[in-house]
Ligand binder design. Structure first.
Ligand SMILES: Cc1cc2nc3c(=O)[nH]c(=O)nc-3n(C[C@H](O)[C@H](O)[C@H](O)COP(=O)(O)O)c2cc1C
Length: 369
């Protein structure tokens, strides 16, 4: 029987175990400049026992930022900051992929380089609230529908970010195609009503994601590129009229490209960073979509060590990513493998701040902590 403690070949990378640290936005980069710094390196090094660390979502450009304090991978200082992180993780024997992010319409003019409204496939405003560059809640502004030339610039930004990630010493990149950010906004027809080659048919809506993936493969090789998706996700006001057809097509196209892995968030945990309730009536992505991707399948969303082990044993996934439990357990992989108890997480310190709730969760000592 496959266990969480077993090694796994993920594209060109060998993982020591199948316990993955999910990407987790923590909004603690150094200001000004959104630069990863020593505190972030400490946090990631503490978690180097994961089979693979996937970093917090990292903006590929200033236009791609949507929350205060999130790190970027577009300036020289950011590349140097990330290089500190990757060096330290590698010294501990860990593996680390960078999650590449453009938020699209989930932004505010205060984050934008030119103070203009955020960009999106179509001028459709999401419901809910956005967080400004000054940590204030505000109403969303009507986004600006991207022109074809703007899309070319975004593709350039992705390529540049991939090159920067390589310079910074990552083991690979994960393209963030999930949770209602730019690439997901293009995929799903609730946010994409374009009539050009990036809208309408499923092939057209999937075009930008696949172009970004091809660009990442060009820089990294297919064995070091992963993609994250959230079929049936409703976070950030997402919807699609036919998720089965859409995500079947996307997974088949990714399969053809032989990428390192796909990473799928189970719809039961669609609230992403926003809440703790699981929807037990939600469809199962691993059941619906796994067979369309011929390669390693990482599943995330609402797993406990027990349900994660059961999912591996049932062949529903090759590895399991843990989000909230990795926030509160720096040694989560070691604890799971040892059968040790887990620390509870504290939602109030998820986003922003410094050490508290970030690097001060205790390691297991064998004394019941
Ligand atoms: C604080 C927080 C930040 C998150 N940030 C990201 C992110 O940057 N990128 C991403 O793809 N998902 C993000 N997520 C979603 C998680 O990766 C994961 O899919 C979700 O928490 C469900 O898994 P869990 O039940 O193991 O926590 C975030 C979730 C939380 C709680």
């Amino acid at each position: 029987m496959v266990t969480l403690a077993d090694p796994l070949a993920l594209g060109d990378i060998q993982l020591a175990n199948r316990i993955i640290m999910a990407p987790l936005t923590r909004m603690r980069s150094q200001q000004p400049g959104n630069i990863p710094h020593a505190l972030n390196a400490t946090y990631y090094v503490q978690r180097a026992g994961a089979g693979l660390i996937i970093t917090e979502a990292t903006q590929i450009s200033q236009q791609g930022q949507g929350y205060p304090g999130t790190p970027g991978i577009h300036s020289r200082e950011q590349v140097e900051g990330w290089a500190q992180v990757t060096r330290a993780v590698h010294e501990k024997g860990g593996k680390i992929f960078l999650q590449l992010w453009h938020v699209g319409r989930i932004s505010h003019s205060s984050h934008q380089p030119d103070g203009r409204p955020p960009v999106a496939p179509s001028a459709i405003k999401p419901t809910g609230k956005v967080m400004t560059a000054h940590w204030k809640q505000a109403d969303y502004e009507m986004p600006r529908a991207l022109e074809l030339t703007d899309i070319d610039s975004i593709l350039n930004d992705y390529r540049h970010a991939c090159e920067n990630a390589k310079q910074a010493g990552f083991d690979g990149v994960e393209v963030h195609g999930a949770n209602g950010y730019l690439l997901d906004q293009f995929l799903q027809d609730g946010s994409n009503t374009r009539t050009d080659r990036y809208g309408g048919s499923i092939e057209n809506r999937a075009r930008l994601l696949l172009e970004v993936v091809d660009s990442a493969i060009h820089v990294w090789g297919s064995g070091r590129v992963g993609v994250r998706l959230s079929p049936y996700g409703t976070f950030n006001d997402m919807s699609d009229s036919d998720p089965i057809a859409l995500f079947t097509y996307v997974l088949q196209e990714l399969s053809r490209r032989g990428i390192a892995y796909v990473h799928v968030i189970e719809p039961r945990a669609t609230a992403a960073g926003g809440g703790d309730t699981l929807n037990s009536n939600a469809p199962s992505s691993s059941q619906l979509f796994r067979r369309h991707f011929n390669g390693p399948f990482i599943s995330a969303g609402g797993y406990t060590p027990e349900t994660a082990q059961a999912a591996l044993a049932a062949g529903q996934a090759d590895a399991i990513a843990f989000g909230r439990l990795y926030i509160s357990n720096p040694d989560l992989a070691e604890r799971i493998i040892a059968g040790a108890p887990l620390n509870a997480y504290h939602r109030a310190t998820f986003y922003g701040g410094a050490e508290k709730g970030y690097t001060d969760y205790p390691f297991y000592t064998g004394n019941g902590t």
